[in-house]
Write a protein that binds this ligand. Structure first.
Ligand code: ACM
Ligand code: ZN
Length: 768
């Protein structure tokens, strides 16, 4: 340790956190470095030791994969220190040992033991991936300030993942992202101990993987004439040609890069739907023969691969042959979602196929399609993954199901003893909004803040212990209709992915959101160091609109920002550091706006909270629903229907109460018998998103909650966007108001989602 000591002075100058430097040696001057890891290890204890990492420290690795991990450590470390460390075959002093168990002694997959002692750091993986994850932990034990020597806190860690599948997806079809960014995406994934990158490579709006046998996929399918701008409903286009694809050489490079980081890349080649780009290049692949045009709108297209034409299977098998050479992993994702059956219903070839194969309907034909592809891939030693629609018409025998339309698909598949990856939209779609702030960049919809991601439990309660083991893990999906560039991808994915990483890695009983947020404060600078454009919502001011339990509504404000000061205004003016300081919940007593912000000194941090209220008599009153809403559009409590807040047309604000196919029936207790002069509600119509106005709305009033009298009924409800129904009443008095809102029913033929149940959305119910 003599050399170690000599370098201590240099280290003193370099380290910001070192309060006083003397020459008494590392033991007495070692500052207590912070331990703040994401995801939190399974077992972690801090010790009194500290290790000083400096230019004399050596890395010790012998097996090729451990040498690879040491080299990666060096590459990251060099960014912080400006120098690389020597890699040796042995050493026990001032050394960091990376050592995996030999391959013939497999332990727990991806697990590792790590000890940081005064003079030695050891990382022992049960396998090479485990050692790599130990290395990632070590990187997170380093401070983020650039220096030439670093104190590392003494720790004793025994760590392994909760789930074997820990994934992030990226759609490169709607928008194309360069190889350098794909690598950064993978690197960040690995930094958070995630192990799967699901590369969504083919779409209606663009085919992004070079297939040598079919050059028109490059020439035609990879380009579109123009793209949609703004929201789908606006139907605006930019008039600019758009395109791009990855060459096979680039793909091999990405796969190699991922493999070095213990990340498996799962390619997705979509079928039978989302295939318009391929049909445009080779029109014989479709039922009608075209001509087709690479998609310029978002959404779902009726033109899909013909299931009755054998040359479609020849094409797909040829494509998959090239794909399998590029992607050596076990899984190939074959899509299977959102495949309209309208062309198949009319296509003589498809109808003939149904007859010869004895298939009773179009779902069975889709199942035939997927099973035929599965059989081919199984014969080459590969397994398929498909979106949960592959359950319809019968699951292919060995398929893994990705449950995205909620958790039901996952539950059904696990009960059939099929492997499942959970990716439910309500928790793990990172194309959803993460803030209700008015300045958010446009997103597809939904509301999935970091806290919601963190609260996600991948194993559905519906499953017994023997079934739960089929839940292999979870994944967040990043669809890019509204995400045009790498910076925006990062904004949508981080820090939400850090929350997902902990859901997937850390034992469930160790998860604690407040503790996670504390660690996130130290973690965000690490993302900054890597140049990640992460979103800053977690520490900005938050407003909670709640019942005051006395028949009224109040707003609670809160921020996790250390030392932040929250102020607010009630007159619609922008809050400043000098506005009214927030102390207790603010009662809502009139129509108007509450604005609030959190300040560090004079400086505002993050977005402000802004909420408009429409005051009415039912606000904050007791309300009950006959039937709970659908889990994806459940604001958490029927209170949202009478909180004075109107849901917005993007339905991104967790205000709307939604039913897929069902009716809404609510009873409001006004507390006392009251004169009622207006009843009404807001509902939503957005037919492209399968949201339909009600067939009928009926209001009833009662004095005793038993005998109800109808006071108003409306049918023929039309309009687009938010529909505000209001009706004046005379001579009506009562204590209870009941409203029955009848769902439209099934979506009519020819409309997007035809045949599926329509969504009914309601927010807010008004009584005056
Ligand atoms: C999907 O979101 N269509 C899988
Ligand atoms: Zn056909």
């Amino acid at each position: 340790m003599t050399i170690h000591r000599l370098f201590l002075m240099a280290a003193c100058f370099a380290m910001i956190s070192l309060a006083s430097c003397t020459e008494t040696g590392p033991a007495s001057t070692a500052p207590k470095a912070k331990v703040s890891l994401i995801p939190l290890p399974a077992k972690l204890s801090e010790t009194e030791d500290s290790f000083l990492l400096d230019k004399q420290t050596i890395l010790v690795a012998t097996a090729p994969e451990d040498k690879q991990t040491a080299a990666l450590f060096n590459a990251y470390f060099k960014e912080l220190s400006g120098y690389a460390l020597k890699v040796e075959d042995k050493g026990e002093h001032n050394a960091i040992i990376f050592q995996s168990l030999p391959k013939d002694q497999p332990g727990l997959p991806e697990s590792y033991q790590m000890k940081v002692k005064k003079d030695l750091i050891t990382i022992h993986g049960d396998d090479a991936a485990g050692t790599f994850y130990g290395m990632q932990t070590l990187l997170q034990l380093l401070p983020v300030q650039k220096a030439n020597a670093f104190w590392i806190a003494g720790v004793d860690i025994s760590d392994q993942p909760r789930f074997p599948y820990r994934g992030l997806h990226l759609d490169v079809g709607r928008h194309f992202f360069p190889v350098e960014f794909i690598k950064k995406y993978i690197d960040l994934l690995a930094m958070h101990k995630m192990n799967t990158f699901h590369w969504h490579l083919t779409e209606d709006q663009g085919w992004r993987i070079e297939i040598k046998k079919y050059p028109k996929l490059q020439e035609i399918a990879s380009r579109r004439k123009e793209s949609m701008v703004g929201h789908y409903n606006d139907q605006k286009f930019d008039g600019k040609p758009y395109g791009g694809f990855y060459t096979q050489e680039q793909i091999r490079d990405v796969v190699k890069y991922a493999t070095e980081r213990h990340v498996t890349v799962i390619p997705e080649i979509e079928m039978p739907g989302h295939s318009l780009a391929a049909l445009t290049a080779y029109p014989y692949l479709g039922c009608t023969g075209g001509p087709y045009q690479v998609g310029t709108k978002w959404g779902v297209f009726d033109d899909v691969y013909c299931a009755g034409n054998d040359s479609v299977f020849t094409f797909l098998q040829d494509v998959l042959d090239e794909v399998m050479i590029l992607f050596p992993g076990k899984y190939i994702h074959i899509g299977g979602d959102e495949c309209p059956k309208v062309r198949w219903e009319k296509c003589p070839k498809c109808q003939q196929r149904m007859r010869t194969e004895g298939l009773k309907d179009a779902h069975a034909l889709q199942s035939y399609f997927i099973q035929r592809i599965e059989k081919y891939l199984n014969s080459k030693g590969r397994q398929i993954i498909g979106w949960d629609e592959i359950l319809e018409g019968g699951l292919a025998p060995n398929a893994t199901v990705m449950s995205w339309r909620g958790i039901e698909g996952g539950v059904a598949a696990a009960k059939q003893h099929h492997d499942v990856i959970m990716t439910p939209g309500g928790y793990l779609y990172f194309d959803h909004y993460q803030s209700q702030g008015k300045n958010e960049p446009i997103a597809i919809g939904g509301f999935t803040p970091v806290s919601k991601v963190y609260s996600y439990e991948p194993v559905p309660q519906e499953l017994g212990k023997d079934e739960a083991k089929y839940i292999r893990g979870a994944q967040a999906n990043v669809w890019t209709e509204y995400i045009k560039n790498p910076e925006h991808v990062e904004y949508m994915v981080y820090p939400r992915a850090t929350a997902l990483a902990e859901v997937l890695w850390t034992p469930a009983d160790k998860r604690n959101y407040d503790n996670f947020l504390e660690r996130l404060k130290s973690h965000l600078p690490r993302l900054e160091l890597k140049g990640v454009n992460y979103a800053k919502h977690v520490f900005e001011v938050r407003g909670i609109v709640e019942s005051d339990n006395k028949g009224g509504v109040q707003v609670k404000l809160d921020s996790k920002l250390d030392g932040g000061k929250i102020t607010y205004t009630l007159d619609s003016s922008a809050p400043t550091a000098k506005s009214t300081p927030y102390t207790t919940p603010i009662p809502v007593q009139k129509t108007g706006m509450i604005r609030a912000a959190v300040f560090q000194g004079e400086q505002q941090y993050g977005n402000e909270f802004q909420q408009a209220f429409h005051f009415h008599k039912a606000m904050g009153k007791n309300i009950t629903l006959a039937k709970p809403p659908h889990q994806n559009y459940n604001p958490g409590s029927p209170f949202a229907l009478v909180n004075g807040i109107e849901g917005v047309k993007e339905f991104s604000d967790n205000q709307w109460t939604g039913y897929s196919g069902g009716n809404l029936e609510a009873v409001i207790d006004l507390g006392d018998s009251t004169v009622i002069s207006t009843v009404g509600l807001n509902t939503l119509s957005n037919k492209d998103q399968w949201i339909y106005p009600p067939k009928q709305v009926t209001f009833f009033v009662s004095r005793d909650g038993k005998q109800y009298k109808e006071v108003y009924k409306q049918t023929e409800i039309g309009g687009n966007g938010i529909i505000r129904l209001r009706h004046g009443l005379t001579d009506v008095k009562g204590r209870y108001v009941k409203v029955v809102v009848q769902n439209w029913g099934n979506i009519p033929t020819g409309a997007p989602g035809a045949g599926n149940p329509a969504w009914l959305f309601v927010d807010e119910i008004f009584v005056n």
